[in-house]
Design a protein around this ligand. Structure first.
Ligand SMILES: NC(=O)c1ccc[n+]([C@@H]2O[C@H](COP(=O)([O-])OP(=O)(O)OC[C@H]3O[C@@H](n4cnc5c(N)ncnc54)[C@H](O)[C@@H]3O)[C@@H](O)[C@H]2O)c1
Length: 250
């Protein structure tokens, strides 16, 4: 898909990978970027950055775990811009301390709600809208944790594996409805989520991992998301963005 003139919805856009992708979409010529998050201050900063790069930014405060909020994103975007071409379902959290298996049941459910159920619910609204309006592209954020064991946050890894296989299962919608659903699996990326993982500081279990790898930047993931949007042959696929090993790492 050629991004120029298109309208894109980006969740988790107040920070990190979501903000970098919102800005990259503006740079690629998107007409409008809809900035979804629960962090008003961060969303206002993203809107500024999007508009500095030539697209109109529409901020919608939405908690992706609430169905009414999700539905409002689609009705408000349609009534404001009259089109929805691209959806990047990217909002996410990690479990934080204590590590699994000591995570509370409440936290386990919240992680699954935000990281998996909200992705499926938002994708469902997007697929139905795009099916009725000539097609579109959906990219969902999973993680390399979808493919590798992550014992200290097993519910996060399980949610992300669910996101990946949800995308795989949507492959045929490209041919049936003109809607391409794909998944990006970032490796460890320099965002605030790394601090949130440890409840304000990086957790001990992440230390040895970080010693051996080069951490990715949010812009690296945004580049991959834009490539997926551009590549009309991609449907039901996932792209893994690996961390390179640090020189001299064991
Ligand atoms: N940073 C990494 O190392 C890494 C690696 C793999 C995957 N990911 C995934 O990338 C995505 C983006 O994370 P990030 O690293 O940019 O972290 P981040 O914390 O910078 O951004 C996540 C955003 O999601 C928002 N959010 C959280 N709960 C929400 C809710 N209920 N409704 C709406 N918005 C909500 C937050 O406010 C935040 O702005 C997440 O899905 C994360 O799991 C991150």
């Amino acid at each position: 898909m050629d991004i120029s003139g298109k309208i894109a919805i980006v969740s988790g856009a107040a920070a990190g990978i979501g903000r970098a992708t919102a800005v990259a979409l503006a740079k690629a010529g998107a007409k409008g970027v809809v900035i979804i998050d629960i962090d008003d201050t961060g969303m206002a900063e993203t809107k500024k950055a999007v508009e500095a790069n030539g697209a109109e930014g529409l901020v919608i405060n939405a908690d992706v775990t609430k169905q009414a909020d999700l539905e409002n994103i689609y009705t408000e975007t349609d009534s404001w811009f009259g089109q929805i071409d691209i959806v990047f379902n990217n909002a996410g959290i990690v479990s934080g301390p204590p590590p699994y298996p000591d995570s509370s049941l409440e936290r386990i459910k919240l992680v699954i709600d935000i990281d998996l159920i909200a992705v499926i619910q938002s994708s469902t609204l997007a697929i139905r809208y795009m099916r009725d309006h000539g097609g579109g592209v959906i990219v969902n954020t999973a993680s390399t944790g979808a493919l590798n064991p992550l014992p200290s946050d097993a519910q996060y890894a399980a949610s992300k594996a669910g996101v990946l296989h949800f995308g795989t299962s949507c492959e045929s919608f490209a041919e049936e409805y003109g809607v391409r659903v794909n998944t990006v699996c970032p490796g460890v990326t320099e965002t605030a989520i790394l601090e949130k993982t440890g409840g304000g500081k990086r957790p001990d279990w992440l230390g040895p991992i970080l010693e051996n790898i080069k951490v990715l930047q949010p812009e690296d993931i945004a580049d991959v998301v834009l490539n997926i949007i551009h590549d009309d042959s991609m449907a039901g696929q996932h792209v893994v963005v690996e961390n390179e090993a640090r020189a001299g790492a064991s």
